[in-house]
Design a protein around this ligand. Structure first.
Ligand SMILES: Nc1nc2c(ncn2[C@@H]2O[C@H](COP(=O)(O)OP(=O)(O)OP(=O)(O)O)[C@@H](O)[C@H]2O)c(=O)[nH]1
Length: 207
């Protein structure tokens, strides 16, 4: 048993993508399956918080447990629901739309959690737009203040985190946070993997 649980969020509208992001495939692997398998390499327990467990039952999600939500109410509420089940001190929170996530980066981050100052409730990457709340680590004890924030009508991770001490996670490369939100994002990713393929498709090359 290590000191880590993972929560993967698979809900929301996918309105920019126009289809469920969790099921789009990159190199023939559905995104949710890709992210969950990485999560399972870092944490003993992986919870998938989703309103639609039946939609994902056919995926290979070894060792992962569904936590069904009554409705999709946004990632902050999905996280709170997952966090209520967590027994370990630390939880890794991941969105399901991170096709460039790298297991070795998460494992290195996880190995350094002991050095996070006690006052920090989370350790997260930071970029020009603020914290990246859906690819980082939270202490279980952040649940009571999180519930208080939600009960007061809060729904934004950025606003909630403003009230707390958070340690910055250093990113070896910003691209691991690449979010696949739109068909254009998907085309970029698929193009990159095509370029890496030893047998590139003749139609693509000839086009
Ligand atoms: N469990 C759960 N996950 C959510 C919910 N809302 C968003 N997510 C997840 O949070 C992550 C980021 O979601 P966004 O891309 O910001 O929002 P989205 O609604 O999925 O997509 P858009 O409609 O295009 O904004 C993804 O992994 C979503 O699956 C929710 O209500 N419940």
């Amino acid at each position: 048993m290590n000191n880590l649980t993972a929560i993967v969020l698979a809900g929301g509208q996918s309105s920019r993508m126009g289809q469920d992001k969790a099921l789009i495939t990159v190199q023939s692997v559905p995104l949710l399956q890709f992210v969950c398998n990485i999560a399972a390499s870092c944490a003993d327990t992986v919870y998938i918080v989703t309103p639609w467990p039946e939609r994902y039952e056919h995926l290979v999600l070894t060792g992962c447990k569904f936590l069904p939500e009554a409705a999709t109410q946004g990632p902050l509420i999905g996280f709170a629901q997952g966090l209520a089940e967590v027994k370990t001190e630390w939880v890794l929170l991941l969105a399901c739309d991170l096709p460039k996530l790298r297991v070795e980066v998460l494992q290195e981050w996880a190995a350094n959690l002991d050095s996070v100052p006690e006052e920090a409730i989370a350790t997260l990457p930071h970029h020009a737009k603020g914290w990246e709340p859906l690819c980082g680590f939270y202490r279980r004890r952040c649940l009571p203040p999180l519930l208080e924030f939600i009960n007061q009508g809060g729904r934004s991770f950025q606003q909630w985190l403003q009230h707390h001490s958070v340690q910055v996670l250093s990113l070896p490369t910003p691209e691991i946070l690449f979010n696949c939100n739109t068909p254009e994002d998907l085309a970029v990713i698929q193009g990159e993997f095509d370029d890496l393929s030893p047998n590139p498709s003749p139609t693509r090359r000839g086009a």
